[in-house]
Design a protein around this ligand. Structure first.
Ligand code: FAD
Length: 390
């Protein structure tokens, strides 16, 4: 059976789900196909931070990245209140604050930087009374508060999925390309063949499989590896902090978020330089490095009962000449396909704006006669975060 749609989205991470919500609200007969579970790639592995890019400005000048991202926390806050372009009411906010904790060696330079006009409105020095419980009595220097937020990613995926549940299906898709890289048809698990005016590839690292099938490849992507660490414990004081080391770079030595687990425990989720440099070592070496780093940073904290776990994951993005992080979200157009990478969870709304604009430029119109449901395909459900599998 051949079924027609206005737009088909391939991949149900933050990019695909945000786009589905936007395009359906605009009246398009759009569906999303997910091969396993919603967010089952980078999104469920992310730290859930919606940030305004201050950490990118740390290395010196404001880059394209810090400008593109600056308004994003306010944008997401509007969505959380049901007043934005996508309704995120029901998503759990883990923290409405993120902290920045400099080591003594960078303090004086950081104080000057934070006092500059450029960033003074984005940070506040935390008063002694307002210092988070975990740090009370242990801080020697200042702690700064950023106006960034941290979301519970499973609840974000659940909210976005439920809003469009009738248009999300779990299925692998076999793609039939023509010689120019256009998608002719998709064959789904139920045997159905699907055709659309436009296809959006939002499969993160999975986009690579489709790109490598194109000869010559019109679009390229890059992967940047990480080895993230989870520390599961029963310390009830949550921690959301960038720990800044001696070097003044855009990557903090440690980036910590805290996640409540289904079994009542808490997980510290550790990224930053620890995860970037850790990509080239094995798991036991990474855990040994983590134990040393935590003992050095938080000597007052007893982690003797904690469980440590690490895993490798790639960030998937549009290829850059220097292999570094792209400045912003990326949208690459080839035939009737748009290949999309948000670069950051934070930038999903910006990516969706770019796609919606492109859909209008391409003259693609909504046609409600294309909105019949697909049959015999299940809803994929939401991926499980790693701390709930330990
Ligand atoms: C460890 C880590 C921490 C991060 N932390 C943050 C953070 O705190 N804040 C922030 O702003 N950004 C963060 N990021 C970046 C952010 O997570 C990503 O930019 C974003 O999640 C990418 O979303 P995506 O939808 O493009 O891809 P993904 O989340 O990878 O989703 C792709 C989806 O496509 C599906 N799929 C794959 N192949 C196919 C196929 N053949 N057919 C159908 N479906 C398919 C997958 O199952 C998956 O559900 C982090 C990234 C990593 C790796």
């Amino acid at each position: 059976m051949l079924v027609e749609k206005d737009i088909v989205i391939l991949g149900g991470g933050i990019a695909g789900l945000w786009l589905l919500n936007r395009l359906r609200a605009a009246g398009f007969a759009a569906v999303l196909l997910e091969k396993s579970a919603l967010g089952n790639g980078q999104t469920i592995a992310s730290q859930g931070m919606i940030h305004g890019g201050l950490k990118y400005a740390l290395s010196g000048a404001l880059t394209g990245a810090s400008e593109a991202i600056a308004d994003m926390p306010a944008h997401w806050q509007r969505c959380l209140q049901g007043e934005g372009d996508v309704d995120l009411r029901g998503t759990r906010l883990l923290s409405d604050t993120y902290y920045m904790w400099p080591r003594s060696s960078v303090r004086s330079r950081l104080t000057a930087f934070l006092g500059s006009k450029l960033v003074s409105s984005k940070t506040t020095e935390v008063s002694a009374e307002a210092v988070p419980e975990f740090f009370k009595g242990h801080l020697k220097g200042p702690l700064y508060r950023l106006h960034d937020i941290v979301l519970d990613v499973p609840s974000l995926l659940h909210t976005l999925g439920e809003r469009c549940r009738a248009h999300i299906y779990r299925s692998a898709c076999r793609i039939d390309h023509d010689a120019n890289g256009n998608i002719r048809t998709l064959t789904l698990d139920n045997g159905c063949q699907l055709q659309a005016k436009l296809y959006l590839c939002t499969a993160g690292a999975g986009n690579e499989d489709w790109l490598s099938a194109l000869q010559p490849p019109a679009v390229a992507m890059q992967k940047r590896p990480l080895q993230m660490v989870v520390v599961k414990h029963h310390i009830a004081h949550p921690l959301y902090v960038h720990c800044l080391a001696d070097q003044f770079s855009s990557t903090p030595e440690l980036t910590i978020t805290t996640h409540p687990c289904q079994d009542g425990a808490f997980a510290w989720y550790l990224g930053g330089e620890l995860a970037e440099a850790g990509a080239s070592v094995d798991g036991s070496a990474q855990i040994a490095r983590t134990r040393l780093k935590l003992a050095e940073l938080f000597p007052w904290c007893d982690l003797s009962d904690a469980r440590f776990h690490s895993f490798y994951i790639d960030r998937a993005e549009a290829r850059q000449k220097d292999g570094k992080r792209p400045d912003r979200d990326s949208l690459l157009h080839s035939g009737n396909v748009l290949y999309c990478w948000p670069t950051k969870l934070t930038l999903a709304p910006s990516l969706a704006n770019a796609v919606v604009e492109r859909v209008a430029t391409l003259g693609i119109t909504a046609d409600s006669s294309n909105d019949a449901p697909l049959t015999a395909l299940p809803y994929p459900g939401v991926a499980v975060p790693v701390w709930d599998t330990l």
